[in-house]
Design a protein around this ligand. Structure first.
Ligand code: SF4
Length: 699
């Protein structure tokens, strides 16, 4: 309670993976006051522009308030019965792999848990994937190859204790602003040195002493060169390497790689290697520039290799650190929200793991092989193999690569259910059944941020109209499909307790992801849960992983993975001479369904644009603010405003991915992105396509 007499509620920002704590207070007029939570360990009271504008994005504008069937208002009873009947009938006619769920890093962990349990444990298919596949699947694959599990080794505090921070494919200043603020504060206090490795000169370069404008795909040869220098410079940790397999093969591969593929000045590469070698406390932060690549997992492992070879992992101020894009991408990973994982970091393809989860859930059926990953899932929808699809809190008709084809695939699917807070997305317009969901500020559950801190999202506003939380929708469909006892949840606290109990099984398999001490939490304890970083078991409490040389492969050791340069799948040439990069801007979020509601955020950059280098602009006869047509080999085009900037390398162009069919019908950036994926992680290559650019019309 504050001076106004209104209660204050601790919750978590719904945007990025930093996971900042917020204090929410109803303003008495249906809106909210929002402040940073000074006691939350992620942000200590800080908020970025998006977090500060949260109050402007709540309300009833564009809200979906009742279920709809075929565009007509319907009762929950008829909508849910129809969903359950159509899924049951499709499974009966075509088997469990003829249905799929496509979910979102916006889901709370409890929602994710129920969706995963319904698909993997009861429907008997692994066809559940998430838009987090587009965000951090390469990191998950890289972690599992190196560590034997998908575990982030470090903590946010490491960023403040490091002497050198290396940002690889991460514009932290815009995409994880509060973490960047923490680093800047440390830089002021102790002179932290910052290096940025990115084809573009971004806002994160403003405080960096070194910017390496690496060519797309050049990260692997760059870190291979670093590994060679670490070896030749005597910087390896031989004692730690006794706990690591694969060093010799990895070093051989590193020697065989060609540093020229980085496109970097050789002196700059050597200066970077010197800095890395001479400072033990190095944290290497990586994000979408690494992950969104057809060689994403290899890039991740090239980075991990250098940290493993030097033992610079999991100790204060050092380690590889992936930052997640979405608020609950990590929570989804924890409860198996990807097509190739089980809950609680257990492996779908491990029969013992499968058996344990099956017994715990009392499952009638469980798949033995991974399901379809996002890009393949929508391909299967388009080809008619997936006949019933449930899309929850995401807008794949806009955000998937080859978005036009995805939109057509959804439109052609026999039966599509969409759960969302609004009917104003391109995907929602294609739904046979539209289910109104609770929004941030109304939802009740947990999320996990990039450094494994589990926090609560708490409700502070009433759920409007007939909207319902996602877990309720999923559980109700599970019951109507015949699995009453398994989905008989009354509250999110019950789901959390079950998930915590299941995590105890993971503990028996040697994982440290054991939060089973929370399985005894009563509703009041759940309501009062404070932000807590896992592991919470006594041995590893709150700490960092792997400095003790204990990993999760069967032999307890880590693995270095030999990797060499692989060029992006699409090649530039006379017809498509530009390398096409996509990404986020500071003040928008995903397809803008929420941030576009804030005039303040929309004022930052008001329309879609294309950044290109002055030399390229001169060659094309493009002046600042001209409209340009951008064409892809897939036959798609977008019209964008040209921005001419030396922040780009010649031959590279960049467009933000937020504007959609609704906000900018002629933009549709992801329609230009080819559906090419990393063969290991299934993550699409969203940052290294090819396009042609031309000035649209005469001035
Ligand atoms: Fe929200 Fe991320 Fe900004 Fe924190 S940094 S306030 S989590 S958008």
């Amino acid at each position: 309670m504050d001076g106004s007499g209104m209660p204050t509620t601790c919750s978590t920002c719904p945007y990025c993976g930093v996971g900042c704590g917020v204090l929410l207070r109803p303003d008495g007029h249906g809106g909210l006051d929002v402040k940073g939570d000074p006691d939350h360990p992620a942000n200590g009271g800080r908020l970025c522009s998006k977090g500060s504008a949260l109050a402007e994005t709540v309300g009833l504008d564009n809200r979906l308030l009742t279920p709809r069937i075929g565009g007509q208002q319907a009762s929950w009873d008829s909508a849910l019965t129809l969903v359950a009947d159509r899924f049951r009938q499709t499974i009966a006619d075509h088997g469990p792999d003829s249905v799929a769920f496509y979910v979102s890093g916006q889901l709370l962990t409890e929602d994710y848990y129920v969706a995963n349990k319904l698909m993997k444990g009861f429907i008997g298919s692994a066809n559940i994937d998430t838009n987090s596949r587009l965000c951090m699947a390469s990191t998950v694959a890289g972690h599992r190859r190196a560590f034997g599990t998908d575990t982030v080794p470090g903590t946010y505090e490491d960023l403040e204790e490091a002497d050198v921070i290396v940002l690889v494919g991460s514009n932290l200043a815009w995409c994880h602003p509060v973490l960047y603020q923490r680093i800047l504060a440390a830089q002021k206090a102790r002179g932290t040195r910052i290096v940025v490795i990115d084809p573009r000169r971004t806002a994160s370069c403003d405080t960096a002493e070194m910017h390496l404008p690496v060519k797309a795909g050049g990260d692997v040869p760059l870190f291979n060169r670093l590994l060679v220098r670490l070896y030749e410079g005597g910087a390896l940790d031989k004692e730690f390497l006794a706990r690591v397999n694969g060093f010799d093969d990895t070093l051989r591969a590193a020697y065989a790689d060609d540093v020229a593929a980085t496109g970097l000045d050789a002196d700059l590469v050597e200066r970077f290697c010197d800095l890395w070698m001479r400072n033990e406390k190095v944290v290497t932060i990586f994000s979408q520039g690494v992950n969104q690549s057809s060689a994403g997992a290899d890039k991740v492992n090239a980075i991990l290799n250098c940290h493993l070879a030097t033992g610079r992992i999991g100790r204060p101020g050092m380690g590889p650190f992936s930052v997640t894009g979405q608020p609950n991408a990590m929570g989804g990973r924890e409860v198996g929200g990807l097509a190739n994982m089980l809950a609680c970091h257990l492996d779908l393809e491990n029969s013992e793991h499968r058996g344990a989860v099956r017994q715990f859930w009392q499952s009638p059926a469980m798949p033995e092989a991974p399901g379809l990953k996002a890009v393949d899932m929508f391909r299967a929808v388009g080809e008619g193999q997936i006949k019933a699809l449930w899309i929850i809190h995401t807008n794949p008709a806009v955000s998937m690569p080859d978005a036009d084809r995805v939109r057509d695939a959804i439109a052609g699917c026999d039966f599509t259910v969409v759960s969302d807070i609004t009917d104003q997305t391109d995907t929602a317009r294609l739904a046979d059944v539209l289910l109104p969901a609770a929004a941030w500020g109304e939802k009740d559950g947990t999320v996990t941020n990039s450094d494994r801190t589990i926090s609560r999202q708490r409700p502070v506003l009433p759920i409007p109209g007939e909207a319902r939380p996602d877990w309720q929708q999923l559980a109700e469909v599970g019951r109507r499909m015949g699995w009453h006892a398994a989905f008989d949840y009354e509250t999110p606290a019950e789901i959390f307790r079950e998930y915590a109990a299941l995590s105890g099984i993971a503990g028996r398999f040697g994982k440290d992801f054991d939060i089973s001490l929370w399985a005894a939490l009563d509703d009041r304890g759940y309501a009062a849960l404070r932000p807590t970083r896992w592991p919470v078991t006594v041995a590893r409490q709150g700490g960092r992983f792997f400095a003790d040389g204990q990993f999760y492969h069967p032999d307890g050791k880590a693995r270095m993975i030999p990797v060499t340069y692989r060029a992006p799948a699409a090649k530039t040439g006379p017809r498509y001479p530009f390398r096409f990069n996509t990404g986020r801007i500071r003040d928008q979020w995903h397809t803008m369904t929420r941030t576009a509601l804030s005039p303040r955020l929309s004022a930052h950059l008001a329309e879609p644009y294309l950044d290109l280098h002055p030399n390229d602009a001169a060659d094309l006869g493009v002046q600042p603010a001209d409209l340009v047509r951008v064409r892809s080999p897939g036959g798609k085009q977008s019209i964008l405003r040209a921005r001419i900037t030396a922040d780009m390398q010649p031959g590279d162009v960049f467009a933000p991915m937020h504007w959609t069919g609704e906000t900018a019908p002629s933009a549709r950036i992801d329609a230009l992105v080819a559906p090419v994926t990393d063969p290991v992680s299934g993550q699409p290559e969203s940052k290294a396509g090819v396009v042609a650019v031309e000035r649209l019309k005469a001035r």
